[in-house]
Design a protein around this ligand. Structure first.
Ligand code: URP
Ligand code: ZN
Ligand code: ZN
Length: 479
């Protein structure tokens, strides 16, 4: 199967160029001057499919490096399976995900990882890799870390939050980081002071403050700043590279920036919800059906932050200045019915998470429209840096000969209406959209995954099982 994408503007992290892209089989074979005949050879007459991308951007497929399909949480599980979640990702121009395999306390890492392989294998529409959640750092998990690189899993996540569930204390973090420094693994950190948050949450509930809004009050920015600093210092001591996930507080960004200015290998991601949504929005949300519990739609951790305090603008700035390097979704969807509603009357029981996998490319493109970021930076934040950060670059994250044929044709003059209703763009397995009513300048027209067209002209053409497991190398972002 040969596909020629002609007349488009190719956007890589390095900039833009008018070029045609030839995909042969699963691989980009050539990036050519527009209309090139290759030494007199008529290309168009020798390919199976020609896609005219005139007036459109031709970009490397999005890489969402932080997703949680089927994550067990709070007595329920994230509502997207690998099948439904990767299909929704494809709809939105994402052609690879890195999900989190889970090891819970007392379980062996090997068992948790095997479970995740079983959940994903044969079900994905697009390629997928895993990070390893280590929910119980003990002698067995420290030993098992030694095999992760061979498994193609070169990053793992620890939690300074959620005591009794995924939580690691400082001694466990120190031991894991020492091991990671030896092995070259990237430590990903959920940086919030969980034990202190639990006290604050208990006090709020005792005062009758049980609405979803108080989730964000309990998870105060001081809790994120303090944990981010502690993680940085432990990483500094051990020499382990550190990647702080879902950064939402401007004070946490300042910690990441401070460490980077000292030359430490510290990186950070933020997520669309921390760029667009706010604690004020959550407080103001009420509906006939749910009343103030409507705010549970946006309960996630780290929480939404106050717009008045300037967290959102600080995130955009950090993305421009490279204090933050990437945007992932932290896709962790739950339905209102039967899932979020478990926390009606006590915000502590609301499953934490927002579903956005389908909208990340569109939402981040709005940053180009409003002038917050450049076109090249859009691609860098959503595809190229995720590839480099997590050992996929060259194969993924760039339009160049030899790379996988993961390509998106994006129409800057198109329009996308996000939400559940008729003519709107929601394919995630959720009974609501955290982004209902968002109107997007731009549209994902065509999505190609390893040479196969999976979405085109508003039609899903992909297949369950097309997606392959990505054995990742070590981070290519480290000096
Ligand atoms: O609210 C969130 N983020 N849920 C998923 C689990 C995590 O901490 O990433
Ligand atoms: Zn987390
Ligand atoms: Zn997460």
């Amino acid at each position: 199967m040969k596909t020629l994408i002609k007349n488009g503007t190719v956007v890589n992290a390095t900039g833009t160029a008018q070029a045609d892209v030839l995909i042969d089989g699963e691989t980009i074979a050539a990036v050519l001057a527009p209309g090139s005949t290759l030494l007199g050879f008529d290309l168009e007459g020798h390919v199976d499919t020609v896609i005219d991308a005139a007036g459109k951007y031709v970009i490397p497929g999005g890489i969402d490096a932080h997703t949680h399909m089927e994550l067990p949480f709070g007595g329920t599980a994230a509502s997207d399976t690998f099948e439904t979640g990767t299909r929704a990702a494809a709809w939105g121009g994402t052609t690879s995900i890195i999900d989190f395999a889970v090891q819970t306390t007392g379980q062996r890492i090997e068992t948790g990882l095997e479970t995740w392989h079983q959940k994903a294998a044969g079900n994905c529409a697009i390629d997928y890799g895993f990070h390893q959640i280590i929910g119980g750092v003990d002698e067995f998990s420290l030993k098992a870390m030694e095999s992760l690189v061979d498994e193609g899993i070169t990053s793992y996540k620890l939690f300074m939050a959620y005591p009794g569930v995924f939580y690691s204390d400082d001694a466990q973090i120190l031991r894991a980081m020492q091991k990671a420094a030896d092995l070259g693994l990237m430590t990903m950190m959920h940086a919030e002071n969980g034990p202190a948050i639990d006290v604050l949450a208990e006090q709020l509930v005792a005062q009758g403050k049980t609405d979803p809004y108080y989730h964000g009050i309990a998870r105060a920015w001081q809790m994120e700043e303090e944990a981010t600093h502690r993680a940085i210092m432990l990483a500094n001591l051990t020499g382990a590279p550190l990647y702080v996930v879902h950064v939402s507080a401007k004070q946490a960004v300042a910690q990441v920036a401070w460490a980077r200015d000292q030359g430490q290998n510290v990186f950070g991601e933020t997520c669309p919800q921390y760029l667009y949504l706010s604690l004020e929005d959550q407080l103001g949300a009420t509906s006939d059906e749910w009343g103030a519990f409507e705010g549970s739609k946006w309960v996630c951790s780290t929480p939404l932050r106050s717009r008045e305090e300037g967290h959102q603008s600080s995130m955009w700035q950090a993305l421009r200045t490279n204090d933050l390097q990437m945007v992932s979704t932290d896709h962790c969807p739950f339905c209102m019915k039967g899932q979020k509603e478990l926390g009606a009357g006590d915000f502590r029981a609301i499953p934490n998470g927002i579903g956005s996998i389908e909208h990340r490319m569109d939402l981040m493109y709005q940053g180009v429209v409003t002038g917050e970021i450049t076109l090249a930076r859009w691609v860098e934040l959503t595809s190229t840096t995720p590839a480099r950060m997590f050992g996929l670059y060259g194969k993924k994250g760039v339009i160049q000969p030899g790379a996988d044929g993961d390509v998106v044709v994006y129409d800057p003059n198109g329009h996308t209406s996000i939400g559940l209703g008729e003519g709107r763009s929601h394919h995630m397995n959720m009974d609501y959209s955290a982004w209902e009513g968002y109107e997007i300048d731009g549209h994902v027209d065509t999505v190609i995954s390893r040479g196969t067209v999976v979405v085109d002209a508003g039609e899903y053409l992909g297949t369950k099982g097309h997606g392959s497991f990505l054995k990742r190398g070590l981070s290519q972002y480290l000096v």
